[in-house]
Ligand binder design. Sequence first.
Ligand SMILES: N[C@@H](CCC[C@H](N)C(=O)O)C(=O)O
Length: 275
Amino acid sequence: MRFVKGHGTENDFVILHDPDGALDLTREAVARLCDRRAGIGADGVLRVVRTKAAGVDGDIDTAGAEWFMDYRNADGSIAEMCGNGIRVFGRYLVASGLAAPGEWDVATRGGPKRVTLGPSGDVSVDMGPPALLGPGEASLAGEVFQGRRVSMGNPHLACRVDGPVAALDLSRAPGFDPVVFPDGVNVEFFRAVGERHLEMRVFERGSGETRSCGTGTVAAVAAAAAETGSEALPEGVWTVDVPGGRVTVTLDDGTSHLKGPAVLVAEGETCRDWL
Ligand SMILES: N[C@@H](CCC[C@H](N)C(=O)O)C(=O)O
């Protein structure tokens, strides 16, 4: 099986080219591919499949997008959206000659997302309006953190912390109420380090701590922006520093845009009989 490896601010992915939907991508196969010692190693898999061959017709709004991002977490579970993944997905389509630089929609389980990119450089994606769903809490190393529940198509709990995020122990999954989050949750911890400038760490559902999470950065910005108390989120450009680098999140026109690097680093083929 041919693959490409890529990352967006070190949130890394194995990209599988499956235009006609021929791959039987089991949960076990994804977990083996993502294993960092016995496999290729990644936070998730991006299966690149033509929307018409993805078997999602009628289930989701695809807006006529030619390509569908089938995203899987490292444990093989399916997620609705991946903000860094879709930027890497866009870079892959352009680098492979499957799409021209410019602007177009990619279908995801979280709805169609408009990707904007040039022949090289940063990739931007319209992530849609963050949905603020009210308060929530997580626990970590015996401490309880208050946060805001945010949907970016996938579920988030964004918690402000007082000290540097580097001091947090994310070696174990944060605790949360499974009644409030029946499908699990991605938990972000953020701190303001300047005006419209956050630092953030994340523990992702299905992948553990990752070095970046695109949907998580938008959720953290939405939670921080909501602290102003105004009914609509105030417009503005935010910088978010994550362990893997820096992205910008723009809140404008009732939507959000995520922008940052998306890099393809290697391509190869899995060995016969391995997977
Ligand atoms: N890293 C991603 C989010 C991937 C999905 C997430 N773990 C979930 O299960 O919802 C991003 O960049 O947004």
